[in-house]
Design a binder for this molecule. Structure first.
Ligand code: PLP
Length: 361
């Protein structure tokens, strides 16, 4: 008998973002700001001071302090990880018993269900309404009826860009006392309905943050979980000891201390997002498209269109990468620089001229 992969992993494909090189990358919700030269200088000093022969600080103390100071919370409630992705895996595996019942919403970030699948949890899906909203009362009932152990969702949501108000999120957390609520606020820097400052006051809440989006450091792989001390102690206990490398810790610490730079770039990204939304909305009106577009709370715009697949391939052929969601028949377009947004809109308009307008005639 020869070794065979277990059934669970036999059919899985390695994660592949869009392959190939594209002039304009609006597919991964990254920040369009790279590090300013001034900070690059500080990063060079950090590299010079790094003890490469030593293991990193397992508690990521200074990094957590800088992160906590930026969000005006206590570092005692923070756990740093190798991207939020690491925490998502830990939540599905280490923080739950096998067979636990996990509620995810649809559409939402696909990694939640993926890690729950790997961890052999039971996945229960709450479907959003046609406007892609969460009906909080219905979700509360769904959780109670199914005796769920954990709810995980993103707010604002990736990929829809829609969000629920802080008061609704709070009601949700308070109404499902024995269910752990994981609130992924990866994009909350672009909106103002965060529960991060009250995470420590709840018994069943974990708020997730990342340095990959508004903070512009996807390359560093830095994620953070914020929760009360009991949960935080458990998270620190289950993570691998040296999960965040020394360079990422020190560079992350440096970047979270640059409050002005972070706020300025965040504001620019929000401005770009609004311009992109306006531009897309204008195309829909001008050409009487039947697309649906959703008021964005994050750094991207979600647009459903019957020709989404064709649009996606056309944009690729023009050197522009966006994200295509086949099941939803939708595009998710990250806000880019002014030039990138203009290029994207011009290419879409060309597509519409060459294809849709003729069909509609
Ligand atoms: C991008 C993203 C993250 C961040 O993942 P990292 O591993 O920290 O890069 C987390 N959640 C959602 C919903 C995201 O879109």
């Amino acid at each position: 008998m020869s070794y065979e992969l277990c059934k669970k992993v036999r059919e899985l494909e390695p994660y592949e973002p869009i392959s190939g090189t594209y002039r304009v990358r609006l597919d991964a919700n990254e920040s369009f700001f790279d590090m300013p030269d001034e900070i690059r200088g500080e990063i060079r000093d950090i590299i010079d001071r790094t003890a490469f022969n030593r293991y990193p600080d397992p508690t990521a103390k200074k990094l957590n302090e800088a992160f906590a100071s930026y969000y005006k919370i206590s570092p005692d409630n923070v756990t740093a990880t190798n991207g939020s992705d690491e925490m998502l895996y830990l939540l599905a595996s280490a923080m739950l018993q096998k067979g636990s019942r996990v509620v995810v919403t649809d559409p939402d970030f696909s990694m939640y269900a993926f890690y729950s699948f790997l961890s052999e949890n039971e996945i229960l899906t709450y479907r959003k309404d046609e406007y892609l909203n969460i009906d909080v009362d219905a979700l509360i009932s769904f959780i109670k009826e199914n005796k769920a152990d954990m709810l995980i969702f993103s707010n604002p949501c990736n990929p829809t860009g829609c969000g629920i108000k802080a008061e609704d999120a709070r009601k949700l957390v308070d109404s499902v006392g024995d269910c752990l609520v994981v609130l992924d606020e990866a994009y909350m820097d672009f909106w103002d309905q965060s529960l991060i400052s009250e995470a420590a006051d709840h018994d069943n809440l974990i708020v997730l943050k990342t340095a990959s989006k508004a903070v512009g450091c996807a390359a560093l792989r830095l994620g953070f979980a914020v929760a009360n001390k009991t949960i935080t102690r458990a998270l620190r206990a289950v993570k691998s000891p040296y999960n965040v490398n020394s360079l990422s810790q020190a560079i992350g610490e440096c970047i979270y201390r640059h409050v002005d730079m972070l706020e300025k770039s965040r504001d620019e990204i929000i401005k770009s997002r609004s311009e992109l939304y306006k531009g897309l909305y204008g195309l829909i009106l001008n050409y009487k498209l039947t697309s649906s577009i959703y008021m964005p709370c994050a750094n991207f715009v979600f647009m459903k269109d019957e020709n989404a697949g064709d649009m996606f391939r056309y944009l690729l052929s023009e050197g522009i990468a966006v994200r295509y969601f086949k099941n939803a028949g939708a595009l998710r377009i990250t806000a880019g620089t002014d030039e990138e947004n203009t290029e994207l809109l011009a290419a879409l308009e060309r597509y519409i001229h060459e294809n849709v307008v003729k069909i509609n005639r």
